[in-house]
Design a binder for this molecule. Structure first.
Ligand SMILES: Cc1ncc(COP(=O)(O)O)c(C=O)c1O
Length: 396
């Protein structure tokens, strides 16, 4: 059967090949410690599940949702953003409900790009940005994220004709895969660079709640003029361990929000009302939960980094997200290194090259297993004897 050109142009689903390798190893009876994925290992708080139960028993929840989502959910989002970030949002014009952050990320190029238009994307970056770009027949232009710049892109190095032609810019802090966090001056610079060049910045705030060492990651919406130019996408997946529930939202520039809503008016009738009610409870009544989650990930991060140091594997502790971006051992590509860890230590990690050319030389480790399993993973890797400077280097 002949697929459409659009379908044929989709990039390979990077995570599905990783999942395939892990499943194959598991089917062979191996006890794989899977640190290759970004799927939170903890359940959503009980209060949220209780509200889903309650609301799903209400016949009103069995009807179609209002097209653009329930007002009660949008009110909870407005209050959450005000409480967390001091950002005011217009209920009607500045909030769009999404089927998880991913759907918004895919919809945006479809809303704003024509064939051949450029979209600025971080490299390394979350692979799904490329999916929407392909669906819109647009073209990605990669912005390298380098350690020397704390994994923030350098707008000065983008050629003027590229900046002029670009329609969208994707950013993501706390960052997947590097764990880097953004600063307010960087967000201010982003807003002015985009205003100057007529680019719509889209800040993917998927790990917004997860900042370590007492630092709260800033929202792009806190930058002066951010709302004049762009939007931020927030998801319930990581902050409240609701990845399977498929619920998130976009906030910010009213023209961009209207475009998303318009496209969605033609595609869906918003989310199951009971999920919207449960998400409202999460935003309004589970504020303390994120702090517990941050403590858990921070503890895992420290445990993991300490154990790595003991075996002579040296990386930088991430300031946010639940990922650690580790260099590969000398002489390996990131894919070969990830394969080695899977085949010989039964530890799955994500090869950095899957996140872009600038990810080569690294692997991404997800802190989505218990401390005990993380220690066991490092122990198994240590036994391979691939790090030669066992315990000698000082930790950066
Ligand atoms: C950087 C980034 N953005 C977006 C998403 C998508 O999240 P959601 O579950 O809201 O679709 C993920 C999920 O892993 C992610 O890592």
């Amino acid at each position: 059967m002949q697929y459409s050109k659009t379908l044929q142009s989709l990039p390979p689903q990077y995570f599905s090949s990783l999942v395939h390798k892990v499943n194959k190893a598991k089917a062979e009876g191996k006890d794989v410690i899977n640190l290759g994925q970004g799927n939170p290992d903890q359940p959503a708080p009980e209060k949220i599940v209780d509200e889903l139960n309650r609301s799903s028993r209400n016949p009103a929840s069995h009807k179609y949702s209002p097209f653009r989502g329930k007002d009660s959910f949008k009110k909870a989002i407005r209050t959450f953003y005000h409480h967390e970030y001091g950002v005011s949002l217009d209920l009607e014009k500045e909030i769009a409900i999404l089927f998880g952050g991913k759907s918004g990320l895919i919809e945006l190029p479809i809303c704003f790009c024509n064939k051949g238009d450029l979209v600025l994307v971080p490299d390394p970056g979350y692979p799904d940005y490329l999916s929407g770009i392909a669906m819109a027949s647009a073209t990605p232009y990669f912005l390298p994220l380098m350690k020397e710049r704390n994994y923030l892109p350098d707008y000065q190095s983008v050629p003027a004709d590229i900046s002029e032609k670009a329609r969208l810019l994707f950013l993501n802090y706390p960052n997947n895969p590097t764990g880097a966090c953004a600063t307010m001056p960087f967000f201010e610079e982003t807003a002015s660079y985009c205003a100057k060049n007529g680019i719509i910045p889209v800040h993917d705030f998927a790990y917004g709640a997860i900042g370590f060492d007492g630092q709260k990651p800033p929202s792009f919406m806190q930058a002066g003029h951010a709302k004049d130019v762009g939007i931020e996408i927030y998801t319930m997946s990581k902050t409240f361990n609701m990845a399977g529930w498929r619920v998130g939202f976009a906030v910010g520039n009213s023209d961009v929000i209207e475009a998303i809503n318009l496209l969605q008016d033609h595609m869906y009738v918003s989310i199951f009302p009971a999920i919207q009610d449960a998400a409202s409870i999460a935003l309004s009544e589970c504020n303390g939960y994120a702090a517990e989650l941050v403590n858990m990930y921070e503890d895992r991060r420290n445990t993991f980094m300490d154990a790595c140091r003991q075996i002579g594997w040296h990386g930088n502790p991430p300031p946010g997200s639940f990922f650690v971006w580790m260099p590969v051992a000398d002489g390996f590509s990131s894919e070969a290194f990830a394969d080695l860890l899977l085949q010989q230590a039964d530890v799955a990690v994500a090869p950095g090259s899957g996140f872009g050319a600038y990810g080569e030389g690294f692997v991404r480790i997800g802190l989505v297993e218990s401390k005990e399993r993380l220690l066991e993973a490092v122990n198994r890797i240590g036994k391979l004897g691939i790090f030669t400077d066992r315990g000698q280097k000082t930790f950066p």
